[in-house]
Design a protein around this ligand. Structure first.
Ligand SMILES: O=C(O)[C@H](CS(=O)(=O)O)OP(=O)(O)O
Ligand SMILES: [Mg+2]
Length: 230
């Protein structure tokens, strides 16, 4: 399995298989939303798009990064979301990096959205599919966000069947600029517990796949059938 690690702006083709990585915090938050019962997560193109979806579907739950804003029900924080009952709900998510990265590869036949909390399930799905090439979209910091790159490299190793020690990858993420900003409370719409929740390796047994459904890009849970090979 060949691997490429690209920032969002570096994606100029349509990959066969894309793994869009956002550890802090979009795809940790999405995984928590599924765990709290969400049926699907609609990845919105813009804040206006998210609000338009809400106007059409008042029962949908809108979520954005940064500070709380009128028309949005939730912020992009795993700690602030994890006690919210989302049973059967559709969540509309718009963030600065994560959702943008998925929309950049929307035409790819397989798009997985990932973070450390779903790392092994994502790797398991890749082992199952055994593609010739996987493009990892490293969403933060123009492709250089250490938490996303570390997670992408870890998943790539596990997808190749290697027995990878996760500790150095988690340490890189813990030392990242994003982690520092979240810990220091620089980012609005955050909790001091967010970093720890974003670093919970394999907290959840499912992966997350995004597909185009009509005019929407929709993220759903998917569970690999294979068992870890190491
Ligand atoms: O909510 C987050 O932590 C970030 C905000 S920003 O990219 O640092 O402005 O969004 P995400 O898309 O989850 O990285
Ligand atoms: Mg991020």
């Amino acid at each position: 399995m060949r691997t490429r690690f690209l920032g969002i702006a570096e994606v100029t083709d349509v990959p066969d298989v894309a793994v869009v990585v956002d550890v802090m915090r979009a795809y940790t938050v999405a995984a928590w939303a599924f765990t709290r019962g969400a049926e699907r997560v609609v990845l919105a193109e813009s804040l206006e798009d998210a609000l338009a979806q809400k106007a059409r579907h008042p029962d949908w739950v809108t979520l954005k990064d940064g500070s709380p804003a009128p028309g949005f029900d939730l912020v992009n924080s795993p700690a602030l979301l994890r006690n919210t009952d989302l049973s059967g709900r559709t969540v509309v998510q718009k963030t600065t990096a994560g959702t943008v990265g998925a929309l950049a590869v929307r035409d790819a036949p397989l798009v997985l959205c990932a973070s450390f909390v779903v790392a092994e399930a994502t790797a398991g799905l890749l082992r199952e599919r055994a593609p010739r090439e996987v493009t990892f979209v490293v969403t933060g910091g123009s492709g250089r966000a250490e938490e996303d790159l570390a997670c992408a490299e870890y998943i790539a190793g596990r997808a190749g069947g290697d027995a990878v020690n996760a500790d150095p990858y988690l340490r890189r993420a813990a030392a990242s600029r994003s982690a520092a900003e979240l810990t220091q409370g620089v980012r609005e719409g955050s909790s001091p517990e967010d970093v720890a929740l974003c670093l919970e390796l394999d907290r959840f047994p499912f992966a997350m796949a995004a597909t185009v459904e009509g005019s929407l890009m929709v993220l759903r849970q998917v569970t690999p059938t294979d068992s870890p090979s190491a």
